[in-house]
Design a protein around this ligand. Structure first.
Ligand SMILES: NCCCC[C@H](N)C(=O)NCC(=O)O
Length: 461
């Protein structure tokens, strides 16, 4: 009898399989997120881009999330309709957005001319990246909610850490692969810049198929818990819940820490390959491999720190240590004389540790502050705040590079080569670390005052 009433969550095989499937969908999204980053020098040389164009394209990631509140609508839909519908919608949105990016980079239509004062290719591609940004962010909150659904009271932080680790394999692949791939598939010395994007499109379709598979598991889970529809009336999310969430100080401290911390990492990754070439004189072919060490480091460490949080607690302290390390690493990247590539490798590895510490504690801490029925919206609101940084920072760095950091510009055989001094951009990234420390300290104090339990283990004995 008990076997019939037991939730599918209790089956280790079922819950870890569910995790593996949705994590793969996230991997495919994280690949597309960074696919053009290592291509920056090529886009400048062969497509006439400048750093402003590159910054504009990357900042488009947050346009619709931030200004049209797409993420917040996504969170409400998630809490009202459920993970299956929202996840499928998100996966399809990623494919549509990436299709547009491919059209822009491949030049499927003539790309000469301007749209609203922006080069046509940049405008179309940025529109695509903006649509993709809606999809991948909503996929992110959906997957977070799915993990809470399966792992609450169990290995929650470990599961979230493993999901992020898997997703970051996509980031690592995106940093390491596109440049050599574009070169290898090029003809007559001209690289095939759109090929890595095409690979991403294929991966996204595989990610959609994986999510369709997950929806069947989700139905089985609910059937095992006696839930016939995804959301029951009693637990249904109400729009007024948004006010409950935003009047919670702990929520705001987590959201601010999130935007500051992630503004120092994700936008940095867009420029990291270029930094390696310009500051550390690393050859183009090898330059993407160094930043790709960062996500690789997190693949082991995020689950490890997550598991420590599950068993021993200390979530607020872990976030504080990560913020301090963010400041130290970016400050060392800023110092001009520290320009040997070994230093760059060491700093990227340290940044990988930082990038494991904060996320491993941040995301499993949200359910300690916000009840489960409001979780989709709470994650969405945090991601919304974060998206201001993910949108603003690449734009700011691109403009700063363009305006203040060009050290030389030459045209050889019709191919233009621009060199940059990265001191000022790296100082800006360091500032995010400094501000993050302040917020992490406030969060620790608030946790003590309100007793959220951020310093307590997640596993309930
Ligand atoms: N490069 C993907 C950006 C996804 C951002 C997302 N809002 C997020 O923060 N996810 C958690 C993480 O640590 O990746």
């Amino acid at each position: 009898m008990s076997a019939i009433t037991q939730s599918l969550r209790e089956s280790k095989t079922a819950r870890w399989s569910a995790l593996a499937i949705v994590s793969f969908t996230m991997l495919t999204g994280y690949y597309i997120n960074y696919v053009i980053s290592p291509l920056k020098p090529m886009l400048e040389q062969y497509m006439g881009w400048d750093s402003g164009d590159f910054g504009f394209w990357n900042s488009a990631y947050g346009w619709f999330n931030v200004f049209f509140l797409m993420l917040i609508f996504g969170g409400i839909i998630l809490d009202k309709i459920g993970v299956r519908f929202t996840g499928l919608g998100a996966a399809i949105t990623m494919i549509i957005g990436t299709g547009l990016q491919y059209i822009a980079i491949e030049g499927v239509f003539p790309m000469e001319g301007m749209i609203f004062g922006v080069k046509k290719q940049i405008a179309i591609g940025a529109l695509g990246f903006g649509i993709f940004g809606v999809g991948v962010e909503i996929a992110g909150i959906t997957v977070s909610k799915i993990i809470v659904k399966w792992f609450k009271g169990k290995e929650l932080a470990l599961a979230m850490g493993l999901e992020m680790a898997t997703a970051r394999m996509g980031t690592a692949l995106a940093l390491a692969l596109p440049l050599p791939m574009a070169k290898a598939l090029g003809t007559g010395g001209i690289p095939n810049i759109s090929a890595p994007v095409m690979l991403g499109l294929a991966l996204l379709v595989a990610g959609l198929i994986a999510f369709i598979w997950y929806t069947f598991m989700d139905k089985k889970l609910e059937a095992s818990e006696g839930i016939s529809d995804e959301i029951n009336e009693e637990d249904a999310f109400k729009v007024s819940d948004i006010f409950v969430i935003i009047s919670n100080k702990g929520f705001w401290l987590l959201a601010l820490l999130c935007v500051l911390f992630y503004s120092g990492i994700f936008p940095f990754l867009y420029y990291a390959t270029d930094l390696m070439i310009n500051k550390y004189a690393v050859g183009e072919d090898f330059a993407g491999a160094i930043p790709s060490l960062l996500p690789f480091g997190t693949i082991l460490l995020t689950p490890l720190f997550g598991s420590i949080y599950d068993r021993k607690g200390k979530g607020a302290t872990i976030m504080l240590i990560g913020s301090i390390m963010l400041l130290c690493v970016h400050a060392l990247f800023t110092i001009p004389v520290l320009n040997h590539y070994i230093i760059a490798v060491a700093l990227i590895i340290l940044l990988g540790v930082t990038f494991s510490l904060v996320p491993s504690a941040m995301w499993p801490s949200v359910p300690k502050i916000i009840p489960e029925k409001q979780l989709g919206t709470a994650y969405a609101l945090i991601f919304w705040v974060q998206n201001w940084g993910l949108m603003g920072m690449p734009l700011l760095i691109g403009l700063v590079l363009e305006k203040y950091c060009i050290t030389s510009q030459e045209v050889v055989d019709g191919v233009s080569k621009i060199s940059y001094d990265y001191t000022l951009p790296m100082a800006i990234f360091a500032a995010t670390g400094l501000l993050a420390i302040g917020i992490a300290l406030l969060l620790k104090a608030e946790d003590k005052k309100k007793g959220y339990g951020l310093e307590l283990p997640n596993i309930q004995k």
